[in-house]
Design a protein around this ligand. Sequence first.
Ligand SMILES: NC(=O)C1=CN([C@@H]2O[C@H](COP(=O)(O)OP(=O)(O)OC[C@H]3O[C@@H](n4cnc5c(N)ncnc54)[C@H](OP(=O)(O)O)[C@@H]3O)[C@@H](O)[C@H]2O)C=CC1
Ligand SMILES: O=CCCC(=O)O
Length: 358
Amino acid sequence: MSLLLKASNSHLFLSSSIASMATCSSFCAQLPISFRPIPISSSFPTNQPFKPFSAKASISPANDDGSPITVGFLGLGIMGSPMALNLIKSGCDVTVWNRTKSKCDPLISMGAKYKPSPEEVTAACDVTFAMLADPESAMEVACGKHGAVSGMGPGKGYVDVSTVDGGTSKLISGHIKASGASFLEAPVSGSKKPAEDGQLIFLTAGDKSLYETVTPFLDIMGKSRFYLGEVGNGAAMKLIVNMIMGSMMATFSEGLLLSEKVGLDPNVLVEVVSKGAISAPMYALKGPSMVKSLYPTAFPLKHQQKDMRLALGLAESVSQPTPISAAANELYKVAKSHGLSDSDFSAVIEALKGKVQS
Ligand SMILES: NC(=O)C1=CN([C@@H]2O[C@H](COP(=O)(O)OP(=O)(O)OC[C@H]3O[C@@H](n4cnc5c(N)ncnc54)[C@H](OP(=O)(O)O)[C@@H]3O)[C@@H](O)[C@H]2O)C=CC1
Ligand SMILES: O=CCCC(=O)O
């Protein structure tokens, strides 16, 4: 299953950004002229209304024989649904499965095919992406009864984009590769909105040839990608990023509450922070709703606590002290115990208040 990119007029979309064109251009510059995607013509009206779920590349990834690479997608939660939808909107041949079948319906109505088990998805598709909650569900869907492994075989690829620990990823990789198929871990940085906008960051590791094969799909769903070598490195990078993020959110929460207690307007604190060296998009994005005690879920708090727990396990495995993250993890555990698991992770601020709201 090597990759050919075919210019496809029927799948010609406006690119969402110059940056995504640049990514596509550098990849496609290596291709024979006849297979290069058609560049966006300057004759397109520049005031064309822009749709967030835009396909970014006018390409249709294909097998050696010219047939399209068929794509499976397992797990249609907050992240999986918009990621799969972007593939569908780009003209990819997508087959979906989700434990709760009703979440497949909107994608089926957009043109996705459906199979009733992970096994049947992987049997039907050349490459299959999995976006599952945690290590347990990633293992279950890959290696359980009628799991993905049962439908895998030589020439196929499995790309696990869930956030799990390196040990789980290596276990899944071992089972997939024993079937003769290839494996790539590719957890993502970026939340619900970047998933909708095709702006995720992929942290990949595993079979390099599979990485190269799925590059066009990663570029539809994301804005950048890193290839980090052996399986486990992508998982470790993702956990470290989220460990930092979880600690940042915890101390930001302390700052918001402290500012209010000493008579300052926390909204002004958000603005001050946004102007200086510690500015981060996360603070500007989440701060105003945190001040109003609103936590619309983009990244569920239960997943942030899972990532803190897994990151602390990683640190433990190499005897790296992480006292700040360990303290932050305790706060997420308190927030969970107050029934905030399914709220956005910014609800961790509630764990610092005398009276918890849910
Ligand atoms: N939300 C975010 O901002 C981000 C999340 N992530 C990571 O991506 C992954 C998915 O996150 P997100 O989409 O937010 O999570 P959701 O909780 O919205 O979705 C979880 C998915 O896992 C499925 N699932 C859970 N348990 C099982 C099981 N035992 N068997 C089969 N399927 C199961 C759910 O199926 P069902 O619908 O049936 O419940 C659902 O499809 C997580 O690892 C998370 O840490 C990474 C980056 C950002
Ligand atoms: O794993 C979730 C990451 C959320 C984000 O990067 O904004």
